[in-house]
Design a protein. Structure first.
Length: 100
């Protein structure tokens, strides 16, 4: 369940099924907030690519690739920390997740 917490939409499985385990709930909420950040990034990229400013599309595409690699790295690192029994605190995302 800890691994599912950081695999995109699959974060909803532990969030909805393991309500009695505080550790799994913390990771599931953190993973849900991370997934929400990914969705916000997708919406932002779509809006910026539809603007049709010359050379902006190429720049956004390159930046988007780097950001997606960053999301992947954070997810993998969070899974590794969760499997060790530790928690990865992401500055804005964890603060938002704790308020949920």
């Amino acid at each position: 369940m800890l691994v599912l917490s950081y695999l995109g939409i699959l974060c909803l499985i532990p969030l909805l099924t393991k309500k009695d385990d505080a550790d799994i709930q913390w990771h599931a909420k953190n993973g849900t907030a991370l997934f929400g950040a990914e969705i916000i990034w997708v919406i932002l990229v779509i809006i910026l690519t539809l603007v049709r400013i010359p050379l902006l599309g190429c720049g956004i595409t390159m930046i988007s690739c780097v950001v997606w690699i960053g999301f992947l790295a954070v997810s993998i690192f969070a899974i590794m920390k969760a499997m060790k029994g530790e928690r990865l605190r992401l500055p804005l995302i964890t603060d938002f997740a704790e308020k949920m």
